[in-house]
Write a new protein. Structure first.
Length: 348
């Protein structure tokens, strides 16, 4: 394989989380390469179920998976065989996705040994391409297969995944579950805190569900996770005033995010601006302002002559996030996107 590390890792426009944003498209669906023997509706349902798993929506994923198998019970055999044929004569840049999906279909066929082989090949291919987030996704899947085989080295795969993609909340949750099962409660809570920090609205409820399954003291665990997150932000929740402010800030962040997700951008911006004024040391409000501003640009809700000012606003607020948390991957990633837009819309 040649080294394609100069490529920019592709990103999906509809991704709700970092995992799904960098989700790996199924090679048989791209460019209408789906063989006539494979039921296209079943394949689309199955691929959508995989995306739901990457978003942490396991209930919807299970429903879609059942629909796919009902539509075509042999979908995994057919898809795996078609992908193996495709792998024999493909371009180097396509190998990673092909191997990755052969691994997924092998995993669903409960052919664990084969899944491990293909995931390892996918990891090598993504590494050659320089696609760190896709490589991390393959490590996470490999870790799950190993853990199902009661191979403790599965934890090492999850750790590799978050090193490659620190915002991968699902991988953090997998680490938490693995550590909890190994009676490392403190390590588990640290991992769950990492997941919530990556995306509170997306992974917070998912962490709570996991904790409810794992132990009867889940409410104490939730409090301990909140303490960990607050400490990372320099907030002492032992002080009553600090504690009240922290939870008030959390309510504003959730409200702003809900407004943003329901396309109420002006209202979301007002909430984030209010939060920034009340809690200037919490970076989430600056991130929210930057997110809304970039959304105005992406959806063309402003005139072209306003774009430079909006880019400046987005950059100023992300710079503030980085001042408060210079090593946070999400903020670094947002800064990279802003730079891309600056080049895209830069006037000659």
């Amino acid at each position: 394989m040649e080294d394609n590390s100069g490529q920019i890792e592709p990103r999906g426009d509809s991704g709700k989380t970092v995992e799904s944003e960098y989700s790996i498209a199924h090679p048989l669906i791209i460019d209408n390469r789906l063989p006539h023997l494979i039921n296209s509706r079943a394949m689309n349902l199955f691929v959508e179920s995989v995306k739901c798993i990457q978003d942490g929506d396991e209930i919807k994923a299970a429903r879609l998976f059942k629909e796919a198998e009902k539509e075509d019970p042999s979908i995994h055999y057919r898809a795996r065989d078609a992908l193996v044929d495709l792998s024999r004569n493909c371009m180097p840049q396509d190998e990673g996705a092909i191997y990755y999906w052969i691994g997924i279909h092998s995993q669903y066929l409960q052919e664990s040994d084969q899944a491990i082989i293909w995931y390892k090949k996918a990891i090598e291919a993504f590494q050659k391409s320089g696609f760190r987030k896709r490589e991390g996704r393959a490590h996470c899947n490999l870790g799950t297969v190993k853990m199902q085989l009661q191979d403790p080295s599965g934890l090492e795969e999850y750790i590799k995944a978050v090193k490659l993609n620190p915002a991968d909340g699902i991988a953090h949750i997998c680490i938490g579950v693995a550590r909890y099962s190994a009676n490392d409660r403190e390590g588990a809570l640290d991992a769950f805190a990492d997941a919530v920090s990556a995306d509170p609205d997306r992974y917070g409820p998912h962490v709570i569900i996991r904790l409810q399954i794992l132990g009867s003291d889940w409410q104490d665990d939730v409090t301990n996770i909140a303490l960990r997150i607050a400490k990372r932000q320099g907030i002492d929740l032992q002080k009553e005033a600090e504690r009240d402010n922290y939870f008030r800030a959390g309510e504003l962040i959730q409200l702003g995010n809900r407004l943003f997700q329901t396309n109420k951008y002006m209202e979301a911006l007002q909430i984030f601006e209010k939060g920034k004024t009340l809690f200037p040391e919490i970076p989430s409000f600056y991130l929210g302002i930057s997110m809304v501003t970039m959304q105005y640009i992406e959806l063309r809700l402003i005139s072209p002559d306003q774009i430079p000012d909006y880019l400046q606003k987005a950059e100023t607020n992300i710079n503030e996030c980085l001042r408060l948390a210079p090593d946070n991957y999400e903020y670094i990633h947002a800064k990279e996107i802003i730079e891309e837009y600056k080049h895209k819309y830069q006037r000659p």
